[in-house]
Ligand binder design. Structure first.
Ligand code: ATP
Ligand code: MG
Length: 189
């Protein structure tokens, strides 16, 4: 029988609340953030996910995070992607719901109940002027020192990139949609 492997658990000497940005045109930004929630749950950390502009199209993480028990909560706010064909809500309606999501983020952040807060697609909400740059910068600058803040979405604003500690740009090499392959459950939504 082989010798059992001893599993070590690292702990940082100096805990640091990080600002992490996942941006770029390739696929994998939201799923990267969900991966962090999954990983964090293993450490017993509390995670709050707020999704901007999502709510009209089912995606697996809504129920998936429930499997992680009380550690991870997810709020899908919004009415889908603003400005695309087939989305019937006005810019004003999208903005109202994004503003509610900003208030929710402020409340959750100041509650002190979470070690990680994920603001999924907030970069897109900013780009589309559903939220203001000052609001996002306010959230970043006002974050509790040891809390991690994860921000996703295409076209991250340079001021957000500047404030962040870790920034990844997901680059599209290929995407199945180019071969007219439909989005597949579990992979794409
Ligand atoms: P995912 O949610 O899969 O991690 P993402 O967050 O990186 O993707 P979004 O821009 O939020 O990407 O788009 C979400 C949806 O659009 C997913 O179904 C994803 O597969 C699809 N998608 C992502 N990148 C592209 C792309 N370059 N072209 C077309 N569809 C894409
Ligand atoms: Mg996404």
């Amino acid at each position: 029988m082989s010798k059992p492997i001893k599993i070590e658990k690292l702990a940082p000497k100096k805990p640091h609340g990080l600002i992490v940005v996942i941006t770029g045109n390739g696929k994998g930004k939201t799923t990267s953030a969900m991966g962090m929630a999954l990983r964090a749950s293993g450490h017993g950390l509390h995670v709050c996910i707020i999704q901007f502009m999502k709510g009209d199209l089912y995606t697996g993480e809504w129920d998936g995070v429930k499997m992680l028990g009380d550690l991870v909560e997810l709020h899908a706010t919004g009415m889908g992607f603003c400005g695309i064909q087939g989305n019937s809500y006005s810019h004003a309606e999208h903005r109202t719901s994004a503003q509610t999501a900003i208030e929710l983020a402020q409340t959750k952040m100041s509650s002190g109940n979470y070690e990680i807060i994920i603001l999924d697609e907030i970069n897109n909400a900013l780009k589309l002027k559903l939220v203001d740059l000052e609001q996002v910068l306010g959230l970043i600058k006002g974050k509790p020192k040891l809390m991690h803040l994860v921000i996703t979405g295409r076209n991250a604003h340079p001021d957000i990139v500047e404030l962040a500690d870790t920034v990844s740009e997901v680059c599209e090499v290929k995407h199945a949609y180019q071969k007219d392959i439909e989005p597949q459950p579990g992979i794409d939504y």
